[in-house]
Every structure is written in structure tokens, then in C-alpha cells.
Design a protein around this ligand. Structure first.
Ligand code: PEP
Length: 267
């Protein structure tokens, strides 16, 4: 049975010392098995030490980027081979900040997804429209292009392991998230599109999550949407109190949703 996803992207907000302190607090507060798929994405420099601190907990560690090649003249890049040596499980690919500030393209996203899958890492594939595209009603068109380009040559067996993170660019780093019904509409569309690309009927096997200014005030409504399998959170996950409270809301809201869906299926 699916568990709700709760991913926490630390961007470049924490120094290594701060990241280790935070990981230590997570370990103390979330020691046991969890009814949620949890991961945190620290900066590269903190990954090994955060992984060591979180060993034995249900919180996995990932990175925020990687190179599409394994070795060679790629100054400043990080190889998937090094990530494997560090026992990294997840890799974020195509975040809007990487696209706009560091020149990530659909082509490199596609190459990185392929390389990550070849080595058994789980890609968190980020996608989302800009405000102008939303205003022109082009979000679905843009997302179709991003998704088809990113999945070019990726077989179904791999595609169903990816975490698809819909992060509308206009909702990242803001006061509030996208409206839950808008997020639902788009994530439902993404699920259907994935099903269509891979010739499946409903696409329930794909994991589709929402990201962009998720906080304590909106997480419950977001998780209760039928097509939202979890959330990917930036700033609001950087305080342990807010993280803990959010985790409780996610688990609770998820179990209510599952009960409701079962009831609907039986009727
Ligand atoms: C993000 O950039 O992936 C993100 C979700 O950030 P925030 O929650 O801070 O908007």
C-alpha cells in the first residue's frame, strides 16, 4: 500500500553544522518506523554526515542535483558513482532554480533521470509552469512537453519508480501554495498523462506530489486531494516543530483519505 511522501529540500539554507544539528533533532523526534515515505535533501557537503546521523531512522537522504555523466572533464559536478558510494537514495532533478539559474534543460533532465535509474537512485523529477504560462492557460501543454522530454527512452519499469514533483514556479518561495483544487487538477492531469504515455489504465502506480510553499496552513487540504500522493517542502520543513506538526497532519489526512476512498469503492 502507498504511503504519503514527505520530502524536505534544504536548498542552500543550512550550513553543514546546522544541517547536522537539524538531522540530530529529526533523529531524536522521529526515531521509529513511519507511515510515510520521508526524505531530506541536504547540500552535497553535508550528505555523508547527515546520512550517518539518520542511520536507523525511517528518514532517507538524497541530493539536490547530479551530473548526467559518470566521469570526465565536468568541473564542479558530482558523479552518480560518488553518490552510490555515499549510499544516497534520492536525487532531485530539474528543480526550477536549477533550470532558471544554472541552465538545466529538458535534455539534461532526461539524461540525468536515465543515469540515476541506471544506478538505482530514485529521481525526484521536478516540473512546473511559470506564471505567464498559467495565465495564458498553457500549464498542461507545457507540462506535457516537460514530461515527455524528461521520460524519452525511460521504460515503464523505471518510470513508475520516479517521484513526479509538480512545483508551479509561481508558487515556490511564496506566502501560500497553489489552491488545492488547482494542484489536484494538474496532478490528476499528470497522472493521466503518465498512464497514457505508458499505456496503463489509471496511473495509480505513479507517485505524484505537490511542491511550492507548502506549510502548516495548507498541507492538510493538499494531502486530502485524491491525486496528491505527498508534498515536497522547502522553507516550512526547516524548523523541527513545523516538520513534526506537518508530519502528523500528513499521516492523519492520508489515513482519512484512504478510508474515504475505500468507503467510496465499497459503495
Ligand atoms: C521548492 O523550492 O522545491 C520548495 C518547495 O520551496 P518552498 O516550499 O520554500 O516554496
Amino acid at each position: 500500500m502507498k504511503k504519503p511522501v514527505f520530502g524536505s529540500g534544504w536548498k542552500m539554507f543550512l550550513t553543514d553544522k546546522e544541517a547536522m544539528n537539524y538531522a540530530q533533532r529529526l533523529k531524536e523526534n522521529i526515531p521509529g518506523e513511519q507511515d510515510a515515505e520521508l526524505f531530506v535533501l541536504p547540500s552535497f557537503t553535508a550528505v555523508e554526515r547527515v546520512t550517518a546521523i539518520l542511520a536507523g531512522t525511517d528518514i532517507n537522504v538524497g541530493v539536490q542535483n547530479m551530473c548526467w555523466e559518470e566521469k570526465g572533464a565536468f568541473t564542479g559536478e558530482v558523479s552518480v558513482l560518488s553518490l552510490k558510494e555515499m549510499a544516497v537514495k534520492y536525487v532531485e532533478i530539474g528543480h526550477s532554480e536549477r533550470r532558471t539559474l544554472f541552465g538545466e534543460t529538458d535534455r539534461t533532465v532526461n539524461l540525468k533521470i536515465g543515469k540515476a535509474m541506471e544506478h538505482g537512485l530514485v529521481p525526484i523529477f521536478c516540473m512546473g509552469e511559470e506564471l505567464q504560462e498559467k495565465e495564458k492557460n498553457l500549464a498542461k501543454e507545457l507540462l506535457s512537453i516537460e514530461i515527455k522530454n524528461a521520460l524519452h527512452g525511460i521504460p515503464y519499469a523505471d518510470a513508475k519508480k520516479i517521484i513526479y514533483a509538480y512545483e508551479p514556479v509561481w508558487a515556490i518561495g511564496m506566502e501560500d501554495s497553489a489552491q488545492p483544487d488547482y494542484a489536484q487538477e494538474i496532478l490528476g492531469f499528470i497522472r493521466q498523462l503518465l498512464a497514457q504515455i505508458y499505456g496503463r489504465s489509471e496511473g495509480t502506480e505513479f507517485t505524484v506530489v505537490y511542491g511550492g510553499s507548502v506549510s502548516l496552513k495548507n498541507v492538510e487540504k493538499l494531502i486530502s486531494q485524491p491525486d496528491i500522493d505527498g508534498v515536497f517542502v522547502g522553507r516550512a520543513s526547516l524548523s523541527i516543530e513545523s516538520y513534526m506538526e506537518m508530519l502528523d497532519i500528513i499521516k492523519d489526512s492520508w489515513s482519512k483519505k484512504v478510508k474515504k476512498q475505500r468507503g467510496d469503492d465499497e459503495n
